[in-house]
Design a protein around this ligand. Structure first.
Ligand code: NAG
Ligand code: NAG
Ligand code: ZN
Length: 415
């Protein structure tokens, strides 16, 4: 009897999949055959010159296969993509689902990345190191505990919107004493979870940005399964939150006031193909905003993979599809301020939100918890939980973030 009830519950869930905008591969292959793959109405960028059309189901399958992409549907309409020869005309026939390498015209979409003169020496090490005494790891843990208690932070869910609202409240309280510091909800077209930007105005409008993504995803069934997302990217979210809190301590006492405008970003919908960040940086590019450097941190708390391999805990500095010059500056920061080293690593194209900055002509870097091969294997599942987080490692990322933000926001003559 119980088994029968269970089976019929399962069948009900299966039949209700058209309500969600995907049909899962497993264990319902037959089902997705019946319903087809849906419309290929998304334009994905999978490499510097690789575009393709995909359905929501195909996007999910790419994610499951660990293929990274930027979903550019809101930036380049499918009509324009066809016109420019980036993709073939959409059709339901199989052969047209294959990749199409674009024509020369793709170059017109590429924005050049300016090179800035980042500092070759650090200047504020006593000020910054003093601030490290204020890092409150218990507070970081409490905030991550709260953030991971949302059932999922998947960008299309109600709890995903609620988690953004919770984060917004924490940030609003934090900046409340400073009327010149701005907080903004960036609403996106097509889903409710907003991105958040906190901005400390500098003497000039050039921006220094540190970012993380707030959404999580369980890649088996993102709309209905739990995704605590403790490491991915709850850890980067609270790293960035704590770094802002520390910077504000210096700001409050008047010992620190940025020259460049310093921004803290928490992106929505990274797991949907960098949807939130590509929206943010496309708006910045349209408004001719200048971003002199952007640092993304996605996963800052897992060291067990390194420990199991007999390797010392370290940062993973991603050196493909990132700014060589900004990476050099980050190496200088790590050597000056951290008690762990970095190891160079690669993650392929568009593996986190820094790719959205780069796509829009802004130099960006990506620092992760370790080399990719030792990074957290439990992400995108119910097992990405807080008990696997090494908060001393998170502390190192906070130290790095505070130093990066402090030194680069005070740097002049970058142009
Ligand atoms: C969470 O973070 C905010 C902002 O940094 C901080 O004010 C608050 O004390 C933290 N919460 C806890 C429970 O520590
Ligand atoms: C999360 O924080 C909110 C308010 O900031 C609080 O009411 C709630 O009890 C917290 N939840 C958990 C699980 O810590
Ligand atoms: Zn992530």
């Amino acid at each position: 009897m119980k088994i029968l009830a269970f089976v019929s519950l399962f069948a009900c869930i299966a039949l209700s999949f058209p309500l969600f905008d995907f049909a899962p591969d497993w264990p319902f292959n037959a089902f997705s055959l019946l319903h087809g793959n849906g419309h290929q109405d998304r334009l994905l960028k999978l490499g510097p010159d690789e575009y393709r059309l995909a359905s929501e189901q195909e996007k999910l399958n790419l994610k499951r296969a660990n293929k990274r992409f930027i979903d550019m549907t809101e930036q380049i309409s499918i009509d324009v993509a066809v016109e420019q020869g980036l993709v073939a005309k959409p059709s339901h026939s199989l052969w047209q689902k294959l990749f199409f390498i674009g024509s020369k015209q793709i170059d017109t979409l590429k924005k050049p990345i300016p090179v800035y003169n980042y500092p070759k020496k650090t200047q504020y090490s006593s000020e910054v190191k003093n601030l490290y005494n204020s890092i409150d790891i218990d507070g970081v843990r409490d905030n991550l505990s709260n953030f991971t208690s949302f059932y999922t932070r998947y960008y299309k869910t109600e709890s995903g919107a609620e988690s953004a609202a919770w984060l917004f409240d924490q940030l609003s309280n934090l900046i409340a004493p400073f009327k010149e510091i701005k907080i903004e909800k960036i609403h996106h077209k097509g889903w409710d979870q907003f991105s958040i930007i906190v901005s400390i105005p500098g003497e000039v409008k050039d921006k220094v940005v540190v970012g993380a993504h707030q959404d999580s995803a369980n890649l088996i069934l993102p709309n209905i399964m739990r995704a605590p997302g403790a490491d991915d990217d709850g850890s980067g979210t609270v790293t960035t939150l704590e770094s802002l809190r520390i910077i504000l301590e210096a700001y409050r006492t008047g010992t620190y006031k940025p020259h460049n405008t310093l921004e803290f970003h928490w992106y929505s919908a990274e797991e949907g193909g960098l949807l939130g960040s590509i929206d943010v940086y496309s708006r910045y590019a349209s408004a001719k905003e200048v971003v002199v450097g952007m640092l993304q941190q996605d996963m800052t708390g897992y060291t067990q993979g390194s420990i199991d391999a007999g390797v010392e805990p370290h940062f993973g500095l991603i050196e493909d599809y990132t700014s060589v010059e900004l990476n050099s500056f980050i190496k200088l920061i790590i050597e000056t301020y951290n008690s762990i080293p970095y190891h160079s690593s690669e993650c392929g194209y568009a593996c986190s939100d820094h790719a959205s900055a780069l796509e829009n002509g802004y130099p960006s870097s990506f620092l992760i918890e370790s080399e990719m091969k030792y990074s957290n294997k439990y992400i995108h599942s119910v097992m990405d939980t807080i008990d696997r987080i090494d908060f001393e490692h998170v502390r190192e990322h906070v130290k790095l973030t505070v130093a990066f933000a402090y030194e680069l926001s005070l740097a002049k003559k970058l142009h």
